[in-house]
Design a protein around this ligand. Sequence first.
Ligand code: C5P
Length: 242
Amino acid sequence: MAESGQVAVIVPAAGRGERLGPGAPKALRFLDGSPMLLHAVRALAASRLVDHIVVAAPPEDVEGVRGIVGHLEGVQLSVVSGGETRQESVARALIGLGPEVDVVLVHDAARPLVPVELVDAVIAAVRSGAAAVVPGLPLTDTVKTVDDSAGGPPRVSGTPDRATLRAIQTPQGFRRETLRNAHAMVDPDDPVHTDDAGLVERLGVEVVVIPGHEEAFKVTRPIDLVFAEAVLARRRSSDGRS
Ligand code: C5P
């Protein structure tokens, strides 16, 4: 593929974050004095390979989000109004991308500590020929499928071989056309996908897995905020700042 195209990152940030407890939308909650979204966008803007960042904001907070991220330099930033689901938020951001963009990453605002090396590795994998790339980590827990149709506690219905499983993170990277085709083919009767690679898989496109990173975890539950603060404290002490 041509090397001359540009790279855009879509940042879905319109979730309510109910599993984190009551409060502001998740991406706007604070981590070490700044909204989680600002950490995520700064991490993406730190990549020299990223040209555009498009944030899908909670519809009632579009102006507030512009105020939070609008001052960042070195990257073109825009903010669109997000949708009812993550899938819809990504689709809305995708519409506005110009023809100069040939690689699109999608990165959850809820993964504020993503290392720039992971962003660069995803872009490099798309640039070297993959149509779709996801970072993944082996699982530490055993995973079981369950059946809860009988009422009462769910019953175990199977145990997939753990060696064949990966926990998939973001950023996920795509050739722009691949992601656009995947979103264009969405069937409103299908269950909503929780990631973009899931949509691309339906097209029969091969999705490549590259090694993920422990610090790219998603902040979902209150305990994740504790982990995130601990990672930031460790980074500060290894920078010699505390
Ligand atoms: O809910 P979940 O943890 O899967 O959300 C992943 C990301 O998708 C978060 O960054 C969240 O803000 C975003 N999202 C969105 N629009 C929605 C729901 C979630 O942009 N309607």
